[in-house]
Design a protein around this ligand. Structure first.
Ligand SMILES: [Zn+2]
Length: 314
């Protein structure tokens, strides 16, 4: 059984309203020794699917036999999640571009520094839950340095980024600490989002994370084999160049889209004209992020993500 559970609230600064700025973390300590597995969510405040899953993951593991420790940071950017905003409202910075952070910097840099010292430097494995925000829906898992752990989440599509020479593509993300500085196994999961019921995505997140914990030997039970998986190394993000109603025309996530098919179109809410038709970028692609409902978008918002199947592997 889990030997003990407790809530940790390290303070990192004081808000102008007098309240303490704290990280709220759950520590579950097992009866036998083992690595500390860190779970985090809501580094982007408008990606709350993972934060919802954290509630259920905690309920699922608190009465199980546990080897090692689990450290959960269910809401990494509390101020941002409270207002359903991607960036920290205090300084409008993207927390996931500020790691390892700076104790003497602006608010988001102080938050990043606290997450680095209180969480990322105290864990041996990192699983970070992202989602597609409250508009688009997304479904893939990054492969960084532990492919088997990434596969164990059970998503169909995996993404192995081709790193640029200086490694600057993802600079300032949690990986600046976990991968670049410490070299611990780390997995970023992108699942859920959109103006749709999140229950299926929350359920998949819980099942996937529990399977990863079984794979790591932290909780008992057989590891569920992954479905047939596809690894892409090239994903294109397509943003509408016009604002208006984005009407999705793409196949469902995980399905193939061929040259000539449209991802969607932007229609003016005022004149009802079609302002833009959005083609798919590859001869053969696979849908990774899309809008599942007719959503109002600004020019340049996240529209679609398509993986290139030309170089995909199993
Ligand atoms: Zn995110």
């Amino acid at each position: 059984m889990v030997k003990s559970t407790r809530i940790l609230r390290p303070k990192f600064t004081t808000h102008a309203d007098g309240s303490d700025a704290v990280l709220v973390m759950h520590e579950l300590v097992g009866e036998t020794d083992g690595p500390t597995i860190g779970l985090s969510a809501a580094i982007h405040g408008n990606e709350n699917t993972g934060a919802q899953a954290m509630v259920d993951i905690w309920r699922a593991i608190k009465d199980l036999p546990l080897k090692g420790r689990i450290l959960m940071l269910p809401v990494a950017n509390a101020r941002a999640m409270a207002v359903n905003h991607r960036f920290t409202p205090i300084d409008e910075l993207n927390l996931n571009r500020e790691f390892p952070g700076n104790r003497s910097g602006n608010y988001t840099q102080q938050l990043a520094a606290a997450i680095t010292s209180e969480f990322l430097e105290k864990i041996d494995v990192h699983i970070d839950l992202h989602a597609g925000t409250d508009r688009p829906t997304v479904d893939y898992v990054y492969i960084w340095n532990d492919e088997e752990l990434s596969r164990a989440f059970g998503s169909k599509i995996l993404y192995r980024p081709v790193m640029d020479k200086g490694g600057t593509v993802f600079s300032g993300t949690t990986k600046a600490v976990t991968l670049d500085r410490r070299g611990i196994p780390c997995v970023v999961i992108e699942l859920g989002g959109g103006i749709v019921d999140q229950t299926p995505y929350v359920t998949r997140t819980v099942d996937g994370v529990l399977n990863m914990l079984r794979h790591l030997g932290a909780i008992p039970g057989d590891v569920k084999p992954a479905p047939k998986q596809i690894v892409v190394d090239e994903i294109e993000t397509i943003r509408p160049t016009q604002g208006g109603w984005l009407e999705p025309l793409s196949p469902p996530l995980g399905e193939v889209i061929e040259k000539g098919q449209l991802l969607g179109r932007v229609v003016s809410p005022y004149t009802f004209e079609t302002l833009e038709e959005i083609p798919t970028p590859f001869d053969r692609g696979i849908m990774i992020l899309s809008h599942l409902s007719r959503n109002l978008v600004e020019s340049g918002d996240f529209g679609f993500m398509v993986g290139n199947l030309a170089r995909a592997t199993d």
